[in-house]
Design a protein around this ligand. Structure first.
Ligand code: AMP
Ligand code: ZN
Length: 481
């Protein structure tokens, strides 16, 4: 079965077929580094990570490029409002570049903690001004620009595919009801390629250009940097759904206008929002939660990753601490089941043995279900269900279960092997499964013989070793407390 991906451009799921056999160019819009990423932004990057890991697991050689926006992004995506970087620098009494460096580091510290694989290429907008100017010149040469009110604009009326991605009808393009009107624009959806007469007298970063000293509009950086590193046509472009209507529509217009190549990108992948009390979590509203906030409350970053995987990336996900709490409990119980399985498989040494083990029998079937789930437009909820099925399968050999689970974890990124290793090495003095089960057998016999004092003594001894017993009509189960 092949990977089927939902393509926003076509509004349908279609089999994935890269431009070149075995090689994939992937561009995901990166953060604007004027503040911490909130956990909604991080949903976008976990989505990219799952897709990239899925492709790599299938043997594709993926080049993942991510931009860092450190110039030109205004508070409104369509050239209205303040410059986000300048405002943040002023509020914090720092330079724009200091702010950018601080929040870029914070961003990667978050993505590392979420076990998101780092991109192959991370490119800063301010390092690529020459590439942007070169691209704008190409767009200008092909007749898609006009100069007005001190800025160079892209004229969307010259580009027949404008609005294809957002499925905008030609009539709605004229309406202009959406946004504050910039009197220099011919059409409301035209957008700035290069600001010269800056509306921000305090703009710290400006560069010489054929259109005068100034700075680039926000959208051009993604066209310039993606094509620099991935070529003029590439396979996948990803971001949150808020980018469909303006940012990605403008990226397509600029790129195809410059090269004359259509389509620029083959698959457009967009994640839905993480919402808080039914409203989109957003950086500018200030009411957002960071990864550090939830870590400070005692959760692990992997609890949040697990929470995200419980929802499909194209469905809105409602965040609440109650749901995070159940994700944590669920991950704990998963890890404790794995601990049992690993103990039965031979303890610490079994972890290396299981890694890279070819799955067989029933475990291979769970793995096939898991792969089918991901192939079906990255259904992580179904993939997690397959992992649970595997864990609960008491007929398969523990070593086979571990091997299949580690293989699933190549995509899920829950650090199963690492967490288990930590668990084993931190508790070398713990009782092993055989010792625990032997003690339980003695206790069961004592209870049968109505020797309750001895039974209680064994229960307490086990408790002191961190092993909790639970009696039920079907027998006694145990867990590490
Ligand atoms: P930004 O740093 O604002 O440019 O956003 C970074 C990424 O996060 C983009 O792909 C956005 O589309 C995405 N994003 C923003 N808000 C949310 C949200 N509440 N839920 C999911 N993704 C979001
Ligand atoms: Zn972008």
């Amino acid at each position: 079965m092949s990977l089927v991906l939902y393509n926003t451009m076509k509004r349908e799921a279609e089999p994935f077929q890269p431009y070149c056999t075995g090689k994939i160019g992937f561009y995901g819009c990166g953060p604007t580094v004027y503040n911490y990423a909130h956990i909604g932004n991080l949903r976008a990057y976990v989505t990219h990570d799952i897709l990239i890991r899925t492709l790599r697991r299938r043997g594709y050689n993926v080049t993942h490029v991510m931009n860092i926006t450190d110039v030109g992004h205004l508070s409104g995506d369509n050239d209205e409002g303040d410059d986000k970087m300048i405002r943040s620098a002023e509020e914090r009494g720092k330079s724009v570049l200091e702010i950018a460096e601080f929040y870029t580091n914070a961003f990667f510290s978050d993505t590392d903690r979420l076990n998101i694989v780092r991109p192959n290429i991370v490119c800063k907008a301010t390092d690529h001004i020459d590439d942007m100017i070169a691209l704008i010149k190409r767009i200008e040469l092909r007749g898609f620009t006009y100069f007005s009110g001190g800025n160079l604009y892209f004229d969307i009326s010259k580009f027949p595919h404008y609005g294809d991605l957002a499925h905008l009808k030609p009539d709605s393009l004229k309406a202009g009801a959406r946004i504050e009107v910039d009197s220099s624009k011919r059409n409301p959806q035209d957008f700035v390629l290069w600001f010269t007469k800056s509306k921000f007298s305090n703009q710290a970063l400006t560069w010489e250009s054929p259109w005068g000293r100034g700075y680039p509009g926000w959208h051009i950086e993604c066209s310039a940097m993606s094509m620099k590193y991935l070529g003029e046509q590439f396979d996948i472009h990803a971001g949150g759904i808020d980018h469909i209507q303006i940012h990605h529509s403008n990226e397509i217009a600029q790129s195809e206008a410059a090269t004359g190549i259509h389509p620029w990108v083959r698959y457009w992948v967009h994640n839905e929002f993480l919402v808080l009390d039914k409203t989109k979590m957003s950086k500018s509203s200030g009411g957002f939660i960071t990864l550090q906030n939830i870590i400070d409350l005692g959760y692990s970053a992997l609890d949040y990753r697990f929470f995200l995987l419980g929802g499909h990336y194209r469905s809105q996900l409602q965040f609440s601490f109650d749901s995070l709490e159940s994700a944590r409990n669920s991950r704990r119980s998963l890890m404790s089941s794995f601990r049992h399985i690993a103990e039965k498989a031979g303890g610490l040494a079994s972890l290396d043995e299981a890694a890279g083990k070819m799955p067989q029998g029933r475990t291979a079937e769970y793995l096939a279900v898991f792969e089918a789930a991901l192939d079906s437009d990255l259904s992580t909820p179904k993939a997690i269900a397959a992992l649970w099925g595997l864990v609960k399968d008491d007929e398969s050999r523990p070593l086979d279960i571990l091997g299949a689970a580690f293989s699933m974890d190549d995509v899920l990124g829950l650090n199963l092997a690492k967490e288990l290793r930590k668990n084993f090495t931190e508790s070398e003095n713990d009782m092993n499964v055989d010792e625990i089960e032997a003690a339980i057998a003695v206790r069961t016999a004592a209870k049968k013989a109505k020797n309750f004092a001895e039974a209680d003594e064994i229960r307490n001894k086990l408790k002191a070793e961190g092993v909790i017993l639970e009696d039920s009509p079907h027998g006694t189960t145990w867990r590490r407390g």
